[in-house]
Ligand binder design. Structure first.
Ligand SMILES: [Zn+2]
Length: 456
């Protein structure tokens, strides 16, 4: 059946590093030597740490999941066939070439305007923008050194100014300024360069919006970590995890500077942020939001997403989501699928959720039929392998499990020992590792509990 892959030197080193890393915390970055830092960052990823370090849910502000939609009919997909709305996302770092085909007027093909964030001047919000056109209810959007008139869309460029000037490669930013006033929704993808589903979710969502019919603004950065994307890696060129360095600083490490540039030049202009990720280290997730349900505005925000589970997580310092919430922006992480893959079902779920969000926020008007609400998982935990070996799962993503149920086995390839991994509580598999070689301590299954507020 399945044959164990031979160890490669690299992956063995990684596994050893993973095992050795133990519980290295994310906050001890500055004080630790570079090698330890590398191990710590490889070992800790937001999928696991985000949950395990999360503070429990506090007293209930409301029952977010039960914002029951009117009906539970099958969805009418509002998304046009992507083939006639936009070109394919090329893997050349030019994922937004050629502009849109469909979608009336003002395609995002205005050529890259080099809005280098030099000096990190924080543009004034559009509310104070000069010369609003008298009859137009919406105002021009000032972003990245450009002015985007109401009712139009364009493609801007963000340059973190950390590269060699002559070789710098701006990151495309897709901007739609609606004809009518409304909130600014920002979408970020590929903060980890190997997480591809979010790139496609953003492409389909953004190119489906018609500027003339939009109330508010949509700002999409499909590939935040462009160098990582081009290398097929999660990390930045300095091997740091960008999603541990927000809001960043102008005079810190490379990651700090990139984070700072993005945060000041784009993120601070957002009222709402959805940062799209996937599982990491060969783990996959049921489509889900990660949200700090202790923040009422964020808990309320999660109710706008159709048919997607919500996992309570306070987040980790340095995460884009956490920094945005600290800055007063309603922000969640959307997790969809696995890294290195384009997964149609996950992408459809993500697009559906973002479309419902825009409808809920009054930004678009669609015939949108809401599905059954998904539960909020106020409590969840990762179940780890106690022995090293080859992991074979008995459960699938989305399965419901009972306490004590065997979820999978770790087989020792040398001694032939079989070690079962059991569920520690009743719940649902909302994330899990794909079959692979694991070391003791590897987080294998993420089980969510559809509980009421814990402790109440
Ligand atoms: Zn990620």
């Amino acid at each position: 059946m399945r044959a164990a892959r031979p160890f490669k030197a690299l992956s063995l080193n990684l596994l050893v590093a993973l095992a050795a890393a133990g519980v290295a915390g994310p906050c001890a970055l500055a004080a630790t030597p570079p090698q330890t830092l590398l191990i710590a960052e490889l070992a800790e990823d937001e999928n696991v740490e985000d949950i395990e370090h999360s503070e429990p849910r506090q007293a209930k502000p409301a029952q977010p999941a039960s914002a029951a939609p009117e009906q539970a009919l099958p969805t009418v997909s509002p998304i046009a066939d992507p083939a006639d709305t936009a070109p394919d996302t090329a893997r050349q770092g030019d994922g937004v070439s050629d502009g849109v085909g469909g979608g009336a007027g003002g395609g995002i093909d205005g050529g890259v305007q080099d809005g280098t964030a030099a000096g990190e001047a924080v543009e004034q919000p559009a509310a104070t923008a000069d010369a609003p056109i008298e009859p137009a209810p919406a105002t021009a959007l000032q972003l990245l050194g450009a002015e985007v008139p109401p009712g139009t869309s364009t493609r801007l460029a963000w340059s973190p100014a950390i590269q060699i000037a002559g070789l710098s490669q701006p990151t495309p930013v897709l901007v739609i300024n609606g004809a009518n006033p409304g909130p600014t929704l920002c979408l970020t993808g590929a903060v980890h360069g190997d997480e591809l589903n979010g790139i496609e979710i953003i492409r389909r969502t953004v190119y489906d919006v018609v500027p003339e019919k939009l109330a508010g603004r949509v700002v999409g950065i499909p590939i935040v970590n462009l160098p990582g994307f081009q290398q097929g890696t999660r990390y930045l060129p300095d091997r740091r995890d960008l999603n541990r360095h927000f809001p960043g600083s102008a005079d810190g490490s490379l990651a700090d500077r990139i984070a700072h540039s993005l945060f000041e030049s784009v993120i601070r202009h957002c009222d709402m942020l959805v940062d799209i990720h996937t599982g990491s280290l060969k783990r996959t997730n049921l489509p889900q939001l990660r949200a700090d349900m202790n923040v009422p505005a964020v808990a309320d925000f999660t109710r706008g997403f159709d048919r997607i589970a919500v996992v309570h997580s306070t987040g980790t310092p340095g995460m884009l989501r956490t920094a945005a919430v600290d800055a007063g922006i309603r922000a969640v992480t959307l997790e969809a699928g696995e890294s290195h893959r384009i997964q149609e079902h996950q992408i459809e779920a993500g697009v559906n959720s973002l479309t419902s969000l825009m409808e809920k926020q009054g930004m678009i008007s669609r015939m949108f039929v809401w599905g059954d609400p998904e539960p909020v998982y106020y409590d969840s935990n990762w179940i780890r392998a106690e022995q090293g070996g080859i992991l074979f799962s008995e459960v699938e993503l989305g399965d419901r499990v009972t306490a004590g149920q065997i979820m999978g086995y770790v087989a020792d390839p040398i001694t032939n020992a079989q070690h079962p991994i059991r569920a520690t509580s009743k719940g649902r598999v909302i994330g899990m590792a794909v079959d692979q070689v694991v070391m003791a301590g590897f987080a294998a299954y993420h089980v969510g509990t559809e509980a009421e507020v814990p402790g109440e």
